[in-house]
Design a protein around this ligand. Structure first.
Ligand code: ZN
Ligand code: ZN
Length: 415
């Protein structure tokens, strides 16, 4: 067996792990009803409690939840979905860049919006995006990349740009494409951004209208994706790299682009796992193998299994329960490879109840396992089983200090 770094930490997130009582599970949650012998053993040997990913009652997203859990206050650093979506699709985004979410849309010759989603185009967007990527307008570089279906992201990098501009996307059809404008007419930086965005939109129309992808779409009777409409601007925050914050050598083994993008932005080593589908059918055994392998040259791993959130959104209690049991087996696999020097934490990034089908604000259960923990009276792992555990009720930003203290790698605060 390859040697594993000691000490080392594994922060395992079951995405959307938390839940509420389910009628079809006789009032239990999927986690409570699941057969989880390994998590229950670790709860007996470890220390448990409740964890509010952001703050009590806040309905977080996966982006804000992970930022908080990794120690970056989202109330300070989260500037909207634009920058995080751009990171998530693999655009090179840096602190100070302006990011927009975009649609490929269909306009007529008078620039009236006919279809905001260009017939929900699924093919050819990479070629369309490549035709726009790298455009220079004044001294600003425009990076542009397609996401899924009609979605895309635009990143502006250059001096003197302001983030207070209106959307170009009119959020309606049958109306002309509006111009971006500065919210405050005296804000010269935002006026500059508006000018650049308006030029980008105009040029996107000139470049895309007769692009071969759109000629083929017209010939097939499909609406051409002949313009890009940006919205939801966000100023990319300056975040200190994760390893520098904590003195760690970290890896990020996660399934969804949004969280991968955060890991990449924090300069963690992002490791892709073949077979990780981000669905209920994901190969948790392959994810477990990747975690074990990564411990050969990393001393901290953030791992996220997306399935519980998928089960929650689909209101699929049986599916959520089944993926939780697969996670339990994966944890057993990781411990079987050697637990000496390991500090382990398991929790969720938010609660996604199957009775709701979306995120809610309850805390997630959390457990810490390490050689030095003081075991508490908790004998199993579940939303209610951890109430009264030794951890009490903490916030996401408390997790890393607790783990690095157990790992013995935290600098002393004071003399
Ligand atoms: Zn999530
Ligand atoms: Zn979700």
């Amino acid at each position: 067996m390859a040697s594993l770094m000691n000490p080392r930490g594994l922060l395992l997130i079951g995405d959307g792990l938390g839940d509420r009582p389910c009628p079809e599970l006789e009032g239990q949650t999927p986690l409570e009803a699941a057969n989880t012998p390994t998590l229950d053993r670790l709860a007996r040997e470890g220390e448990c409690g409740m964890m509010d990913p952001i703050a009590p009652g806040i309905r977080g997203g996966s982006d804000t939840g992970h930022l908080s859990i990794l120690g970056y206050d989202p109330f300070q650093y989260y500037t909207g979905r634009g920058p995080f979506e751009a990171m998530g699709i693999g655009l090179d985004v840096r602190g100070g860049d302006l990011s927009f979410r975009c649609n490929f849309s269909t306009v007529d010759d008078s620039l009236v919006v006919r279809d905001r989603r260009a017939g929900r185009i699924t093919e050819g967007t990479a070629a369309l995006a490549a035709a726009l990527d790298g455009m220079q307008i004044e001294e600003v570089t425009c990076r542009f990349k397609e996401s899924v279906a009609h979605r895309a992201a635009l990143v502006l990098r250059g001096p003197g740009l302001g983030a207070s501009v209106t959307d170009v996307d009119p959020h309606a059809e049958g109306v002309p494409v509006p111009e971006a404008r500065a919210l405050d007419p005296n804000d010269a930086a935002s006026a500059k951004t508006a000018r650049i965005v308006n030029q980008f939109v105009r040029r996107s129309y000139e470049i895309l209208k007769d692009h071969p992808v759109n000629q083929a779409r017209r010939a097939a009777g499909l609406p051409p994706a002949n313009i890009v409409l940006p919205r939801g601007v966000g100023l990319t925050p300056h975040l200190a790299p994760f390893d520098r914050q904590h003195g760690l050598k970290s890896a990020c083994i996660v399934e969804v682009g949004l969280v991968k993008g955060i890991g990449r932005y924090l300069e963690m080593d992002v490791i892709d796992v073949p077979g990780a589908t981000a669905g209920l059918d994901t190969d948790t055994e392959a994810i477990g193998r990747a975690v074990i392998a990564a411990f050969a040259d990393h001393n901290f791993i953030l791992c996220n299994v997306k399935g519980p959130d998928v089960g929650g959104h689909d209101r699929n209690a049986a599916g959520k329960l089944a993926i939780i049991e697969k996670i339990d087996t994966m944890v057993a696999q990781i411990f079987a490879a050697g637990d000496e020097g390991l500090t382990f934490a398991f929790t969720g990034d938010h609660t996604t109840p199957v009775t709701v089908g979306d995120h809610t604000g309850e805390p997630c259960p959390i457990l810490f396992w390490s050689a030095g923990v003081r075991p508490d009276p908790c004998t199993s792992f579940g939303e209610r089983a951890v109430i009264g555990g030794g951890v009490g009720r903490i916030r996401g930003r408390d997790i890393l200090p607790i783990m690095t203290s157990y790992m013995g790698v935290q600098e002393k605060y004071g003399a």
